[in-house]
Design a protein around this ligand. Structure first.
Ligand SMILES: *[C@@H]1O[C@H](CO)[C@@H](O)[C@H](O)[C@H]1NC(C)=O
Ligand SMILES: *[C@@H]1O[C@H](CO)[C@@H](O)[C@H](O)[C@H]1NC(C)=O
Ligand SMILES: *[C@@H]1O[C@H](CO)[C@@H](O)[C@H](O)[C@H]1NC(C)=O
Length: 484
């Protein structure tokens, strides 16, 4: 749960930063906020709005306050889309959702709820952003849907939850259809389509939300899935339509071992970072990550090196590529990591809970990346903290602290230091600013007290842990080693 909260925080951060970055750098914060509002209300989107096709929603059930509970209790599987009617994302996903509703008719009910009408419900289910899709099983919220918002992905996910978890493949036609349709899949080659091995495979399948599992006992079918017909059964392979097309499993045939194999291997060797993939990346059992920040033209050169390194560290480190000149969240992520504007960068990261970063220095070659990864795993790298440049002039009442002058100002043993950690999007911080300035002014004459502030979105220090903005920390003179 803590993990999810952190993940949400990260996404919100990325979205905010994205807006700041796409606005003109010279504009002030107020302009950015207005720009934000405009986008929310969709007033800049008017022309686009007309281009949304009319959606045939006949199979999407509309739920209101009075009939919500009854409906989710009466039906075994009910998927509920909570939305804000003006949202661009909602409008984009509605056609996909509606056709998934039609395809799943008889298996599951697909419903929608206007979140702006039923505030109590959204609070009850702890929904923090829209659109959000929740699956209810027998009236109980089971899981949030976090996959791709396409008809096929939604249908596959619901079928996985409601169906047997595994499908028989007995004919060449079925095999070819599946090989065409699925981007990744798991195929078991068994002696029989009933029995303990099938149960194991079905149980492993239920551990995973997105990858389809199949089984066959036919050597002809198995051949199409790249099995050696004489292989010892039960055998298992994962097929992907990307670099590293087939991965044969050679571990124990148990539910947990197979589920682990799938969760480690379902990510590409090098995963492109995007809003959609963020969940996949941060939910992986492998927490350590190495990020390549590069422009798309540089990436052509370096991704192959990264893929090789990824093979080497499989199951230990996830390799992620962040496109710096793309439209997705690349730039925002580079700000989050404190490496924006630096061009090609390689950063190791211990995951959002531990959140330690390490910077790679040197030429990006396979050998160097391997050595970096090894040192990373062995805890031999010096951590890296982000920092704005040290301000040249810092003579106001409220001193400006950045990562790089933190020790000098805040950890100065001769001074009591009150430090406010703020963020550019923090409304509260802005409201507080006059009072904080006034406080500093009043204390101006007292040499042993320093009133300071630090932008926590662009600066870090090992002594500072921030969960919310603003945060105030007091560092006592002569006692700088104790917790603030
Ligand atoms: C930002 O402002 C500068 C200076 O006013 C201008 O030259 C530039 O074109 C603007 N950029 C954007 C993206 O609006
Ligand atoms: C729930 O109530 C709304 C509003 O009265 C209605 O449009 C909708 O069809 C109802 N849904 C079900 C499943 O009864
Ligand atoms: C697969 O086929 C076997 C034998 O025909 C059958 O007993 C079994 O129920 C099928 N399994 C699934 C998941 O359809």
């Amino acid at each position: 749960m803590a993990n999810r909260a952190l993940y949400l925080l990260l996404i919100i951060f990325l979205l905010l930063i994205n807006n700041f970055c796409s606005a003109n750098e010279t504009s002030n914060i107020n302009d950015d906020i207005e720009f934000d509002d405009e986008e929310l209300e969709g007033s800049t989107e008017d022309q686009e709005e007309n281009s949304y096709p009319i959606v045939d929603e006949k199979d999407v059930i509309i739920l209101k306050h009075k009939n919500f509970s009854k409906t989710v209790k009466k039906n075994r599987y009910v998927m509920v889309l909570f939305y804000e009617p003006w949202s661009k994302e909602y409008k984009a996903l509605l056609p996909e959702y509606a056709s998934a509703a039609t395809e799943l008719k008889g298996e599951a009910l697909l419903a929608k709820v206007d979140a702006t009408e039923i505030y109590a419900l959204t609070k009850k289910y702890e929904l923090e952003e829209y659109p959000s899709v929740l699956l209810f099983i027998d009236g109980v919220p089971h899981k949030r849907y976090l996959g791709k918002m396409t008809k096929n992905a939604i249908v596959a996910w619901v079928k996985k939850k409601s169906g047997p978890g595994i499908y028989n493949v007995t004919t060449i036609e079925d095999a070819e259809r599946i090989l065409n349709a699925d981007d990744k899949l798991v195929m078991g080659f068994l002696d029989s389509l009933v029995g303990p091995d099938c149960d194991t495979l079905a149980a492993a399948s239920r551990q995973d939300d997105y990858v389809n599992f199949y089984q066959t006992s036919s050597p002809e079918v198995a051949k199409l899935f790249h099995f050696d017909p004489d292989v010892k059964r039960p055998a298992l392979v994962m097929l992907k339509k990307e670099a590293e097309k087939q991965i044969h499993y050679n571990g124990k045939f148990t539910k947990l071992a197979i589920a682990k194999f799938v969760s480690v291997n379902k990510l590409p060797l090098v995963t492109g970072f995007s809003k959609e993939n963020a969940q996949l990346i941060f939910e992986s059992p492998v927490k350590r990550q190495i990020f390549l920040f590069a422009t798309s033209s540089d990436s052509v050169k370096f991704i192959p090196e990264f893929e090789e390194a990824a093979r080497f560290f499989k199951g230990k480190i996830i390799f992620i590529y962040v496109e710096l000149d793309g439209e997705d969240v690349g730039v925002a992520l580079s700000v989050f990591f404190g490496v924006s504007g630096r061009g090609l960068m390689v950063i190791a990261y211990t995951g959002i809970e531990d959140a330690k970063k390490y910077m790679f220095v040197g030429e990006v070659t396979l050998d160097n990346i391997k050595a970096f990864g090894k040192d990373f795993l062995e805890g031999k790298l010096p951590p890296f903290y982000k920092s704005d440049p040290v301000p040249e002039i810092n003579d106001r009442d409220v001193k400006i602290v950045v990562g790089k002058n933190f020790d000098k100002i805040v950890l100065d043993e001769s001074k009591d230091v009150l430090l406010e950690i703020h963020a550019p999007w923090c409304e509260h911080c802005r409201e507080l600013e006059p009072a904080y300035n006034e406080l500093a002014k009043q204390l101006r004459g007292i040499n042993s007290i320093v009133i300071a502030k630090m932008d926590g979105s662009t600066n870090e220090h090992p002594r500072v842990k921030v969960d919310a903005f603003p945060t105030f920390l007091f560092f006592r003179a002569g006692n700088k080693n104790s917790e603030p």
